[in-house]
Design a protein around this ligand. Structure first.
Ligand SMILES: [Zn+2]
Length: 255
């Protein structure tokens, strides 16, 4: 029953994320005007705006002009609901659930804005620092030091990659947004889980490129945003970072 409400809440937040992802980088108001069809300006009625359900009911088409609604909208809603559900399984019904589920939603917004516009908004990175403060205040037994090292260490590492890319290859290896975002990740996760997260980000990026380049899905010269991979890495680290560290230590070092 609780799980049902968590999923429902995730769907609603996911629906709001679609608005944020579209309007925020365009500096449009998040509240006004009401959502409308980009093709015919038909104002979307409340019953046409129910997450997932309306998409299925409208068969993926605007009720006025029958233009297809991008499949991405229901996918973002479903993904947000899934993130909320998994966060609930991990943290139970708690303040942690609220903070980390919304943090997951922020990561989804950042990933898609970076895919669309190749930017990571500074204001979103600043909002992303909040879970770090929350962890620091809610778990006084944990020291602040790992978070501080994470912030400086990951920020500096990414800046170094950026600097070396420009210095040796005369091209942007890493966007400035990615550098700030990595520092934020270190602040939230601490240096230990932070390193695991960034490793997962590079690993998933490398895996995807080895699949996508030969298939011709992306061009070698095309600028590909790294933000979405950082988002994935952060989220995996948040959920299973310590499990991964334990597994690694047992497996390879035998502790
Ligand atoms: Zn329309």
């Amino acid at each position: 029953m609780i799980a049902f409400f968590v999923i429902l809440f995730g769907l609603i937040i996911g629906s709001f994320l679609n608005v944020v992802i579209y309007r925020f980088p365009r500096e449009e108001s998040l509240a006004f005007p009401a959502s409308h069809c980009p093709q015919c300006d038909h104002q979307i009625k409340p019953w046409e705006n129910i997450p997932l359900v309306s998409y299925l009911f409208l068969r993926g088409k605007c009720s006025a002009c029958k233009t297809s609604i991008a499949l991405r909208y229901p996918l973002v809603e479903a993904l947000t609901a899934l993130v909320f559900f998994l966060t609930y399984l991990k943290f139970g019904l708690s303040l942690d659930l609220l903070v980390f589920a919304l943090f997951g939603a922020l990561l989804i917004a950042i990933a898609l804005i970076d895919i669309d516009h190749l930017i990571i908004p500074d204001s979103m990175i600043i909002i992303g620092l909040i879970p770090g403060f929350y962890l620091w205040l809610s778990r006084p037994e944990q020291l602040l030091t790992p978070q501080f090292y994470g912030f400086v260490g990951l920020g500096f590492s990414f800046w170094a990659i950026r600097f070396m890319g420009e210095f040796f290859f005369k091209k942007e290896a890493m966007g400035l947004g990615d550098v700030k975002f990595a520092a934020m990740a270190g602040w939230v996760l601490g240096w230990d889980v932070g390193i695991v997260s960034m490793f997962l980000a590079f690993l998933t990026a490398a895996l995807l490129f080895t699949i996508m380049i030969p298939m011709g899905l992306i061009d070698r010269k095309q600028q590909v945003p790294f933000g979405p991979f950082i988002c994935l890495g952060i989220w995996l680290g948040l959920m299973w970072g310590w499990e991964i560290i334990d597994w690694y230590l047992t497996m390879f070092i035998g502790i």
